[in-house]
Design a protein around this ligand. Sequence first.
Ligand SMILES: Nc1ncnc2c1ncn2[C@@H]1O[C@H](COP(=O)(O)OP(=O)(O)OP(=O)(O)O)[C@@H](O)[C@H]1O
Ligand SMILES: [Mg+2]
Length: 241
Amino acid sequence: MSGAFLSLSGLTKRFGGLTAVSDVSFGMAAGDLISIIGPNGAGKTTLFNLVTGQLPATAGRVAFKGQDITNEPPQVRARRGFGRTFQISKTLTALTTLENAMVGAFLHHRDLAAASRRAEEMLELVGLGARAGIKAGNLTLSERRRLEIARALALDCSVLLLDEVMAGLNQTEVADVIALVRRLHREGLTILVIEHNLKVVRAFESRVIVLDFGAMIADGMPEAVLSDPNVVEAYLGRKRT
Ligand SMILES: Nc1ncnc2c1ncn2[C@@H]1O[C@H](COP(=O)(O)OP(=O)(O)OP(=O)(O)O)[C@@H](O)[C@H]1O
Ligand SMILES: [Mg+2]
């Protein structure tokens, strides 16, 4: 797996007696789009936290462009180009939409005007250009999700990790976010998406990794993975909380 753009090997996270992520290994080439699916509590968000450095790994390695980044803190990884959204939105509600996006832009643009320009461009890209001046607390759920994407993009990320950005959105809003993600992917961004909506995963027509009790139980294209008996059982065989 060496030489991959992003490579996870034997990545493991234990919380006391609970193994939330168990020996996960896979590699991504630059420009790949991978969906991560799995039942509630499967370890998807924890895996993201290990990749972006929000949590230290118990074992295993994360390498980016051939360099071991396993022990780097999140701000160092952000500087390397890891941008993410959070399952529980981290939008700063008292700040404007533009100011929120600027939080990302400041990582590379020290100059206020340059950071503001970069943030504005990314807000335009996600369709929030007209909402730049309003307080983020007044945005709709769908707008807040797009703002989080804009903030990640504003830090000039080269890997974007999206944690359930479609959850709670209506069909039109989901279609808009799918179109946005596909566009970013077409433009060359490397993207990891945690998603519960299997229609969304099918729409991406790209590689899917399934986690169950922290372990990878399937890895492949949607048609094969979603009809794999182990995956069907993980989803349908147990009651979800
Ligand atoms: N900081 C923590 N301390 C202790 N246990 C944790 C912590 N974070 C997650 N867990 C546990 O680890 C397991 C995996 O959680 P995680 O949030 O990664 O799952 P998930 O696949 O993202 O689930 P969901 O689909 O509900 O978002 C769960 O059992 C969860 O309770
Ligand atoms: Mg989660």
